[in-house]
Design a binder for this molecule. Structure first.
Ligand code: ARG
Length: 460
């Protein structure tokens, strides 16, 4: 017989390096607290149901509590020979209380045990993700309020398109992060389901009480199919998918922070606390942290693709491939929490060069749509108005003047409908403030949306 906990039917013994290949303790030690939590609930139920004697249950419970203390004190050492967190914990328990520890695994398999631990691990951490997102949203809201009246060029195709409020721009990200928040909230619902009691794959002959365990572990719901319970990793896929979409948002905004901090744009300047210097070029102030957030999106997306690929060909029920679900999920949790935190710090401490933003809307043609709209309200078909203004823009480019700099005679030569009142409408502030359509960039809209945002956050 081999010395493994499952060694009864084995006569051969794998080499150490083979054990190492199969072991997951190198990363699933992260589940230690959850493993003990799950075992405590399981043994309590075993005792309550009379599946093991109350005296045995009490002894095991005491042992598990003592392991909790050891864990908190950093006194636990895991071994690769014991393969994973579950077998390590059982071996440690046996060392503490002797062979009665072997009764803990009654009516349970590592398959439903690992699923339970992993659900608990994600479930315990999703609130911190939602909190971090909320903090970032609050930062964006107060910045948007401050900059409701800050005018900047809005872009399409990276070309000046129409002037917008910088606050409006910030609120666009508020909306994205709100959807992220809601996705993680939904993720919580699917994670809040108890797999324990499914045993290896088919349920158990012991008279277990899954409701009792669910209540003890604070699960709202219970898996109703034992095969699904041990095979489902949707909650992890959802987490990685939500994390990926979140990173898309962070990365897009990071890209703008980097770009807008360049000499050429100079719209914003990141604080010294969120910038780095160069070892050779004394003048440099680099947006390393924004770049890292953008860069870290790579491993988050990779983790999602990784787990999708692990899962896609797995026949029911448990397969060892599924052991590959954890390391990436643990790392992604760390990455997104740190990225959101850095981002919040970066955004709340940066300087916004609002004069520079506004100036960029003064010497360009981002008011061309204003003139076309103006002509359309005077009765010209919009398509014709578009053509008239297009020709004026061409003239302006050739002669080096903006639409505002053209005389009334020059404008009227293009179309006789144009009158003196046109100049006010060509101002970028006007262009912004006239866009009062629902969801438009007008300052009053932005301020209303800030209030709406505040009530959304109050509900988080
Ligand atoms: N370490 C394994 C995992 O992470 C635990 C479950 C193992 N179950 C088994 N039947 N080999 O998936």
């Amino acid at each position: 017989m081999s010395d493994k906990l499952w060694g009864g039917r084995f006569t051969g013994k794998a080499a150490e390096w083979v054990d190492e290949f199969g072991a997951s303790i190198g990363f699933d030690y992260h589940l230690a607290a959850e493993d003990l939590e799950g075992s405590l609930a399981h043994v309590k139920m075993l005792g309550h149901q009379g599946i093991i004697s109350q005296a045995d249950a009490d002894e095991i419970t005491t042992g598990l509590h003592s392991l909790e203390e050891d864990l908190a004190a950093g006194k636990i050492e895991f071994s690769v020979a014991n393969e994973d967190i579950h077998l390590n914990m059982e071996a440690l328990l046996t060392k503490k209380i002797g062979p009665v520890a072997g009764k803990l695994h009654t009516g349970r398999s590592r398959n439903d045990q690992v699923a339970t631990d992993f659900h608990l691990w994600v479930k315990h951490r999703l609130p911190a993700v939602k909190e971090a997102i909320t903090e970032l949203q609050a930062t964006l809201l107060s910045l948007a309020e401050e900059h409701a009246g800050t005018i900047m060029p809005g872009y399409t195709h990276m070309q000046h398109a129409q002037p917008i409020s910088y606050g409006h721009y910030l609120l666009a990200y508020f909306e994205m992060f709100q959807r992220d928040f809601e996705r993680f909230e939904f993720n919580e619902k699917h994670t809040d389901k108890l797999p324990l009691g499914a045993a290896a794959l088919a349920g158990t002959t012991f008279p277990i009480d899954r409701e009792m365990v669910a209540e003890d572990l604070n699960f709202t719901d219970i898996y109703h199919n034992s095969l699904d319970a041990v095979s489902d990793r949707d909650f992890a896929l959802e987490f990685l998918s939500n994390a990926s979409i979140l990173m898309v948002h962070l990365s897009r905004m990071a890209e703008e922070l980097i770009l807008w901090g360049t000499y050429e744009f100079n719209y914003i300047e990141l604080s010294d606390n969120f910038s780095t210097g160069s070892s050779i070029m004394p003048q440099k102030k680099n947006a390393d942290f924004a770049e890292l957030v953008r860069g870290k999106s790579g491993h988050v997306f990779g983790s999602l693709m990784g787990l999708l690929t692990v899962m896609k060909g797995l026949p029911l029920a448990y397969n060892k491939d599924m052991q590959e679900d954890k390391a990436a999920t643990f790392a992604v949790m760390d990455t997104i929490l740190a990225s959101i935190k850095v981002f919040t710090g970066m955004v709340s401490t940066m300087t916004v060069h609002k004069e520079r933003m506004a100036a960029a809307t003064k010497d360009d043609f981002s008011n061309a749509t204003e003139l076309a709209d103006y002509l359309a309200t005077k009765g010209l078909p919009f398509r014709q108005a578009h053509a008239v203004v297009g020709e004026l823009v061409l003239k302006g480019i050739q002669e080096g003047k903006t639409l505002n700099e053209m005389s009334l005679a020059e404008l009227q030569a293009a179309d006789s409908h144009i009158e003196d009142d046109v100049y006010a409408e060509l101002e970028s502030e006007q262009a912004v403030n006239r866009r009062t359509s629902l969801g438009g960039t007008a300052v009053v809209n932005v301020l209303n949306e800030v209030n709406r945002g505040k009530s959304i956050l109050a509900g988080h």
